[in-house]
Structure formats: C-alpha cells, structure tokens
Design a binder for this molecule. Structure first.
Ligand code: PFF
Length: 501
C-alpha cells in the first residue's frame, strides 16, 4: 500500500505550524512568561529555543522523513528495542488530546457567549460556577454529574476533528491547515492591533517585558522555559515524526524545521504582546495592578479576557475574534495529536484510516467526557501538569539518549538531512542536541521530581494526585511496554527498514 503524502511543501509546513501554534501559544505562553519573571523569562526561553527547540524539530523531521512511519514504526526501524518509545509518545498524545479537546469545547461556548456577553460582570463566578459548576473540592470518588453545556460543544469539536482526519492527509489535514493558518494569523493581528492601541496598553507591555534579573538563576524559570518549548513546538510526543513521515524523500527538512520553529515562536511573542496590552488596558481602567490581573492559567483567558471585552466598544466583535482564534489554533493542534495515534494504530493492527479514526477517535471522545463533569477541572489541572512534566520531558531525554547515543543515529541522520539542505547540521547540532539538551532536561527533571515529592501538586488531596498524576504516568509506561510486545499485523512493514519513495 502506498503511503499517503502531502500535496505540497507549504501544505506540510502549514500543518506543522498548525500543530505547533495552539492553546500553548495563546493561553499558556503569556501567563507562564509573566509568572516566571516577565522579560527575564525571555532569555531562558530564547536559549531553550536556540539550543533545543530548533535542533529537536530538525531531528524529528529527519527521523520521520527517513524512516517513514508513525512514531512506533519509525523507532522500530531504528532499532526494534525502541518501539516502546513510540507507544509512550502515543499515550502522551492520547492523554493530552482528551483534555485539550475540552478546553476547545469551552472556547466554542465562549464564542457563543461573546454575542451577548453572557458572562455578565462577575466573569470569574460565571466561568467556575454558572458555566462549569465546579465542585467545591477535588475527590477521587465524587466527580459530580456531566455538564451538558460542556459536553455538547465537546462533541461538536470531536465530530469536526474526526471528520477532518477521516479525509486523510492531503484532502483533510492539508486543506484545513492551508485555510486555517492564514485565517488565524489575520484574525489574531486584528486582536493584537486592537489591543496595543488601547489606552493603558503600555502598562501591560512593561509588565511583560520588564526583566527581573534576580530571577535568572531560579531553576523554576529554566524549567518553565524548557517545558514551554516542548509544549509549544509539539515535541517528544510523536507529532513531528508522524507529520514528516508523509514527506517525499527529497525534502529539505532542516529548512522546514527552521521555518516551523521561528513561525511558532513569533506567533507566541505576538500573543504575549496582545494579551498583555489588553491587561494593561484593564489595569488602566480599573486601577488594579497588572500583576494582580495576570494570576492563574486557565483563568487568564476565560476570566480576565471576558472582563476586558466587557469594557470595549463593539465587545461582540472583539470577543468572537479572540475565541475564534483560540478555537482555530487549537483544532489544528488537536488534529496533529490525533494523527499520532491514528497512524500508529493503523500500522500496528493493519487497519485502514477510517477504522483507525473511528476506534481511536471514538475512544478518545469517550475518555474526554471525564473532564466534562463538575470535577473535571481538577482532573484537567492534575493530568496536564503531570503529563507535561513527567511524560513529555522524560520522553525527550529517552528519545535523545536512545536515538543519538545508544543506537548511534547522529551521523546517519545528519547526513540524511544535509543531503537535501543548504543549511548544514554540524557541530552546533551535535552539541546542542547531544549534550546541552539532555543535561538541561535531566537537571530540570530531577529538581521538579524533588519538589513534587516534597509538596503535593496544587494542594489537592494526596490520593487524587497519586491516582490521576502519578497513576496516569505509570499507566502510560505500562501501556507502552505491553503494546510494544504485541506483534505487528503486517510484518512486511518492518522488513522494509527505510521505505523507498
Ligand atoms: N503545540 C500545541 C500548543 O502549543 O498548544 C499543541 C500541543 C501539543 C499542546 C502537545 C500541548 C502538548 F503537550
């Protein structure tokens, strides 16, 4: 069977950028940057982008293109003992998409709420109490009922996403990315221009860019910068390997990696500017300091922005534009997370795309209902923190250690990349990826392990964090090891090693 392929080079780049630009850029980056020292955060962030982000994207692109398989198959083709890493990344993508879709469901609801500013004046009470009906505390035995106002938009998100995946790479993902990404950029520019031209915007921008140098030696800031780079560039979870496995053999992957990484970070900075300018406007209007507005992650977008929107002329337009941006950015990322799982299941079990979409997508849809309950918010917070901290980062370390060190792929992969690219991977790539990245990641992981053992995450009950934090991590590992032992349905995919064009 011929492997599906992207129709054009730009189709691939836009899909990869579509995966990278997501909730991480608009919702997560601004508050993470602010929480971690504003301008001081930008230095570790740029360091992480230049030493890890760029090289890691280049690595994953060339792995996918050379080995031409889903993450488990590509790793299997490097060495059969590496297959489990692919399933681990499958599990990470699967778990992330179960809650990522829920935040998109909220965004869809908020597009509707924008029409009338249904959130009223107390936007916080509206989000937590009137809309989500969040229970007073987290408990493993009580999740409350299902919240229909979340479940229905969530179902719509899944129907759209599965529909796109069902149509395949060229007719589904590529077409949607080609339309969605330019639309997103234009709409988002409308938001940013409006935000920076509001009175008081400079208050927010100062808060965002003003460096706090004393914070630079704080390991937490470095951890935040590295996690943000992995999250934002969709790395170490099989996405970029899967997408590049649909490239023609003669593609220049290094150049594409640079374009994708820089586009993503530019968009991210733009989002920071837009959101903080808007916060500045609100601080100016209400006399509250920016730092008191910027608290909280989820709250920033669903609580503070509606409050800002309330104070604007033509609030309907501004609200709709903003939440539409969030939705478009998120859907193109959700598709990429799903593609990791679809392509892996397809190859392992010999299913066709349609069956794989129905089974894997159906399962993810059902699991995502858990977050549409009244206790779902707590679950989302814990799972998100653990999967990113203790799923993605270790997966990155293991991927580097096995691919580059144990199975000695540095040279062949560099040769493969350099054969088709004018940007040559050389010593910089070797040192940044083979040395700086793993050293930084191990230090970060160790310090975050210590702090998570010393204090229970987020002040939740211990059993809640044990089950949905550590328990989920353990389950993902067990899953990966077990599935890697299941034989491949069609053994011929394995023998090809590197598939021909
Ligand atoms: N890179 C996308 C984002 O920034 O939202 C999608 C994403 C992938 C988010 C993987 C989180 C994640 F762990």
């Amino acid at each position: 069977m011929d492997r599906e392929q992207w129709g054009t080079r730009w189709g691939f780049i836009l899909a990869a950028v579509g995966s990278a630009i997501g909730l991480g850029n608009i919702w997560r980056f601004p508050y993470v940057a602010y929480k971690n020292g504003g301008g001081a955060f930008l230095i570790p962030y740029i360091f992480a982008l230049l030493t890890t982000g760029l090289s890691f994207v280049a690595l994953e692109f060339v792995i996918g293109k050379k080995y031409r398989g889903s993450a488990p198959l590509s790793f299997f083709r490097i060495n059969r003992h590496m297959e489990f890493v692919g399933w681990w990344q499958f599990a990470i993508s699967f778990v992330i998409m179960t809650y990522y879709s829920v935040i998109l469901g909220w965004s869809a609801s908020y597009i509707g709420f924008s029409a009338t500013q249904a959130w009223g004046t107390d936007t916080k009470a509206f989000f937590f109490d009137s809309y989500l009906h969040v229970l007073p505390g987290a408990s493993i035995t009580n999740f409350g009922g299902v919240e229909w106002r979340v479940l229905i938009p969530l179902l719509v998100i899944w129907i759209v996403t599965l529909g796109i995946s069902y149509r395949g790479i060229k007719k589904g993902i590529e077409i949607v990315s080609k339309i969605a990404i330019p639309t997103l950029v234009v709409l988002f520019l409308v938001f940013v221009v409006r935000a920076v031209t509001m009175q008081g915007s400079e208050l927010g921008l100062n808060a965002f860019f003003q460096p706090q140098w004393d914070q630079m030696l704080n390991p937490e800031i470095w951890k935040a910068a590295y996690s943000q780079i992995f999250y934002s560039l969709s790395l170490a979870m099989g996405i970029m390997i899967t997408y590049s496995s649909y490239l023609p053999r003669k593609t220049d992957t290094t150049n594409n990696a640079f374009i994708a990484a820089f586009s993503n970070s530019s968009f991210e900075l733009l989002a920071g500017i837009g959101i903080f300018a808007a916060l500045g406007f609100m601080a100016y209007n209400s006399g509250v300091e920016v730092k008191d507005l910027a608290a909280g992650g989820i709250g920033l977008v669903f609580v503070v922005l509606p409050e800002i929107i309330n104070q604007l002329p033509l609030p309907q337009v501004f609200g709709t534009v903003f939440f539409l941006c969030l939705l478009i950015a998120g859907i193109t990322s959700l598709i990429s997370l799903l593609e990791v799982c679809i392509s892996a299941a397809k190859e392992k079990f010999g299913w066709d795309r349609h069956r794989s979409v129905m089974v894997v997508g159906g399962l993810a849809t059902v699991v995502s209902f858990a977050y549409a309950t009244h206790g779902g918010m707590y679950l989302l917070d814990v799972v998100d923190n653990f999967v990113n901290g203790f799923g993605v980062l270790p997966s990155a370390v293991v991927e580097i250690a096995l691919v580059l060190w144990v199975f000695r792929q540095m040279k062949p992969l560099m040769e493969e990349a350099n054969r088709y690219s004018q940007i040559r991977l050389g010593n910089y790539f070797k040192i940044s990826l083979g040395l700086i990245t793993p050293v930084m990641l191990v230090i970060i992981l160790f310090s975050s392990l210590v702090s998570n053992i010393q204090t229970v995450y987020g002040g939740y009950p211990v059993d809640f964090v044990a089950l949905f934090g550590w328990g989920v991590i353990l389950l993902m590992l067990v899953f990966a090891v077990l599935v890697a032992r299941v034989p491949w349905k069609d053994k011929s995919v394995l023998s090809k090693k590197e598939e021909k064009e």
